[in-house]
Write a protein that binds this ligand. Structure first.
Ligand code: SIN
Ligand code: FE2
Length: 220
């Protein structure tokens, strides 16, 4: 039988903050994301090499956005289809990073993943960032999902637990490079999004901070 899992014991360095955003804040986030998606429409990325489409749809906000196409994975400053710069990261997310990330510099990328009822995310590492000292901050909105993570960076032993709307999850320290993925979305678990899907936001620092203004300048 698989070991019983509490999220904090699933992998060293992993931190779950259940219900970090209350319902009112989740609704505020959805409003902010509608504006992000209006300016940077969701699109279906494809895997490098195979060209196989992802089951999630994606967009980004922030100075940099994570993209996947036949040439590979990378960060770039503009939307791959509109060629426009990504819209800014909403203030409510910048504040969440300031509160939770315990890192001196602001995030540069916020990947927006939209999961329809049948979407999933295969096991992978977040390792396209030059700065691995910063955690990845992941926010869940809408339907509950079953999230899976390796107990160590590369381990045959995986653990899973549910992420629900408003939860914040930090992959930091030893868990920063742990393989992780989303097994499935649990239908009928949230009324936040009209069509019952799920949104995951991942905030990341991409480059190592140099002479940037400290983070307090980014928050009110
Ligand atoms: C990801 O790791 O890219 C997404 C994680 C999630 O949807 O919770
Ligand atoms: Fe990831």
């Amino acid at each position: 039988m698989a070991p019983l899992t509490t999220p904090t014991s699933a992998a060293a360095g992993l931190r779950l903050v259940p219900g970090f955003f209350d319902r009112r804040q989740q609704e505020e986030l959805v409003v902010a994301l509608r504006e992000v998606v209006r300016r940077a429409p969701l699109y279906t990325p494809v895997m490098p090499g195979t060209g196989k489409p992802f089951s999630v749809r994606m967009t980004n906000c922030g100075p940099l956005g994570w993209v996947s196409d036949p040439h590979g994975y990378r960060y770039q400053p503009m939307h791959p289809l509109t060629r426009e710069p990504w819209p800014p990261i909403p203030e409510i997310l910048m504040r969440a990073w300031a509160e939770l990330a315990d890192y001196s510099a602001p995030p540069q990328a916020c990947l927006v993943n939209y999961y329809g009822p049948a979407a999933r995310m295969g096991m992978h590492q977040d390792r396209d960032e030059e700065d691995l000292a910063a955690p990845v901050l992941s926010i869940s909105l809408g339907a509950t999902c079953r999230f899976r993570i390796c107990a160590a960076v590369r381990s045959a032993s995986t653990r899973s637990f549910l992420l629900t709307s408003g939860d914040a999850l930090l992959l930091g320290g030893p868990s920063r490079l742990a393989f992780h993925g989303v097994d499935r979305i649990v239908a009928g678990t949230s009324t936040l999004l009209p069509d019952g899907g799920r949104i995951n936001l991942t905030l990341r620092r991409v480059t190592k901070p140099q002479d940037e203004a400290p983070q307090r300048h980014y928050t009110s």
